[in-house]
Write a protein that binds this ligand. Structure first.
Ligand code: ATP
Ligand code: MG
Length: 417
C-alpha cells in the first residue's frame, strides 16, 4: 500500500461537511466586512517568499518545499498566502483601480515542520488582507474580521493577543537592546538563536526551545522601544478594540514568525491549545508592498488555520450530518427501468436521491436509508410497477402513501413547504 506523505492529511467524507461549513462561513463573514476573494496559485517563484517572508525566518530557512522544475527554475509551494496575494496585486496593478483593497483567499499551505496534533505539512488557511489604509481603525477592523469568522463558526474560548512590534525606526534601537541583552547569555542560546543574534535578534523571542523561551522572559520589551507615532497608533488600535468589544489582551513578548510585520501584531489563541498552537495570527506590514516592487502602500492581514479551528468545533453538530431527501428502494425484478425514471425525474427537480441498483432486501435498504439520513423512502415493488405507482414512506412519522408516477414531485415538494 502506498500511504500519505508524512505530515499531510486526508479530509474524509465524514468531515467534509464541517470543512465546507467553515469555509462558507468564513466567506460570508469576510464578505460582510467588504472583502473579495482572490485565488492565487499554490506555487510561486522561491524568490518571492525569500524576499517577502525574509531569509532569516523559520519558514524560509527550514520549512519550505522548494524544488527545481524541469526548466531549472527554483519554485516553492506556498508556506503562507500574503506574498502570493501581494504579488498578484502588484502584477495586475489592482491598487490603481481600488486604492483600498480588501482581499481574502482560502486554501492549502505547505510547511515542512515536525508534524504533531494540530501541526501538519499541508494545512488550510483562511487569509485576509486590507491594503492601502494605515488608520489604526483598519487594524482593529482586521482583528474584528478575524474574530467574527471564529464566532460565526461557533468557536468558543478564544482570546485575541495583541502587540505592537514598531516600525524600522523603533526597531533599530530595539535590536541593539536585544543584542546587548543576549550577548551576555550567548552560551545558553540554542544554535539557531546564536545565529539569529547577529542577523535578526527579534526572531529569538519567537524561539520554541525551552531554554531560549525561558531567557526571553527577562528580555527588553519591544513596546518600551516604540517611537511616538507607533505608540499613538497602538493606543488607538486598542481604543478601537474596546469600542468593538473584542476580548483582547496585551502580549508584549509576541513578535510573530515573519519578518514583514510592522506595528500591530496579533494572535488568536484558544484556551485549550495555548500559545504554542495559535489558531490564527496577523499583523500590519507597511513596507511589504514596496519591498515586492509595488506602490508605497500599507497593509494588514491575518490567517486562520482551519485544522486548529476545527479542533474547537464538535464533529457531530446536526448541520454536519449527511442529508439526502429521498432513498429509492428498487424491490421487484423488473423495477430497474421505472426506478431509473423516478430517480432521474427527482434529481432533475432539485431533489437529492440515493439508490442501489444491485438487488438488496427491503430490510437492508431501509437500514441504509436510515444511515444516510434519507427523509423519505420511495418503494417500487411488483405491485407498484404494474400500476405505475410508488409507495412513499416518511422516515420520521412512518406514514406511507401511494401515488402515481406523475404525482411524486408535486407531493414531495408540497411536503417541503
Ligand atoms: P505556529 O507558531 O503554531 O508555528 P505560525 O506563527 O507559524 O504558527 P502563522 O504563520 O501565523 O503560524 O499561520 C497562521 C495560522 O496558520 C496559525 O495560527 C495556525 O492556525 C496555522 N498554521 C501554521 N502552521 C501550521 C501547521 N504546520 N499546521 C497546521 N496549522 C498551521
Ligand atoms: Mg510555525
Amino acid at each position: 500500500m502506498i500511504t500519505l506523505v508524512k505530515g499531510f492529511h486526508d479530509i474524509l467524507p465524514d468531515e467534509t461537511r464541517k470543512w465546507a461549513f467553515m469555509m462558507s462561513t468564513a466567506r460570508e463573514s469576510l464578505e460582510r466586512f467588504g472583502f473579495r476573494e482572490i485565488i492565487p496559485p499554490i506555487m510561486e517563484k522561491t524568490e518571492l517568499f525569500q524576499r517577502g517572508i525574509g531569509e532569516v525566518t523559520d519558514i524560509v530557512e527550514k520549512e519550505m518545499y522548494t524544488f527545481e522544475d524541469r526548466g531549472g527554475e527554483s519554485l516553492s509551494l506556498r508556506p503562507e498566502a500574503t506574498a502570493g496575494v501581494l504579488r498578484a496585486v502588484v502584477e495586475h496593478s489592482l491598487l490603481r483601480k481600488d486604492p483600498l483593497l480588501k482581499l481574502y483567499c482560502i486554501g492549502p499551505m505547505f510547511r515542512r515542520e515536525r508534524p504533531s496534533k494540530g501541526r501538519y505539512r499541508q494545512f488550510f488557511q483562511v487569509n485576509a488582507e486590507i491594503l492601502g489604509d494605515d488608520s489604526p481603525y483598519t487594524d482593529a477592523e482586521a482583528v474584528a474580521a478575524a474574530y467574527s469568522i471564529m464566532t460565526d463558526i461557533g468557536a468558543t474560548g478564544l482570546m485575541m493577543e495583541i502587540n505592537s512590534v514598531g516600525c524600522p525606526n523603533c526597531r533599530a534601537e530595539y535590536r541593539k537592546l536585544l543584542q546587548t541583552f543576549f550577548k551576555d547569555r550567548t552560551k545558553d542560546l540554542c544554535s539557531d538563536c546564536r545565529r539569529r543574534l547577529e542577523a535578526n535578534p527579534m526572531r529569538i523571542l519567537d524561539c520554541k526551545v525551552p531554554e531560549c523561551a525561558h531567557m526571553v522572559k527577562d528580555a527588553p520589551l519591544v513596546t518600551d522601544s516604540l517611537d511616538e507615532p507607533c505608540r499613538e497608533h497602538f493606543r488607538e488600535v486598542r481604543e478601537a478594540l474596546e469600542i468593538l468589544e473584542i476580548p483582547n489582551r496585551l502580549e508584549p513578548r509576541m513578535v510573530r514568525g515573519l519578518d514583514y510585520y510592522t506595528r500591530t501584531a496579533f494572535e488568536i489563541v484558544h484556551e485549550e491549545l495555548g500559545r504554542s498552537k495559535a489558531v490564527g495570527g496577523g499583523g500590519r506590514y507597511d513596507n511589504l508592498l514596496k519591498d515586492l516592487g509595488g506602490p508605497d502602500a500599507s497593509g494588514i492581514g491575518f490567517a486562520i488555520g482551519l485544522e486548529r479551528l476545527s479542533m474547537g468545533i464538535p464533529d457531530d453538530h446536526p448541520r454536519f450530518r449527511r442529508r439526502i431527501d429521498v432513498y429509492v428502494a428498487l424491490l421487484g425484478q423488473g423495477a430497474g427501468p421505472m426506478g431509473l425514471t423516478v430517480v432521474n425525474m427527482l434529481r432533475s427537480n432539485g431533489i437529492s436521491v440515493e439508490t442501489r441498483y444491485s438487488p438488496m432486501s427491503l430490510k437492508a435498504q431501509m437500514k441504509l436509508a436510515d444511515k444516510i439520513g434519507a427523509r423519505k423512502v420511495i418503494m417500487i415493488g411488483d405491485d407498484e410497477l404494474a400500476r405505475r405507482e410508488v409507495t412513499i414512506r416518511d422516515m420520521r412519522t412512518k406514514d406511507q402513501t401511494t401515488v402515481g408516477i406523475d404525482g411524486i414531485v408535486k407531493l414531495l415538494q408540497g411536503d417541503e413547504s
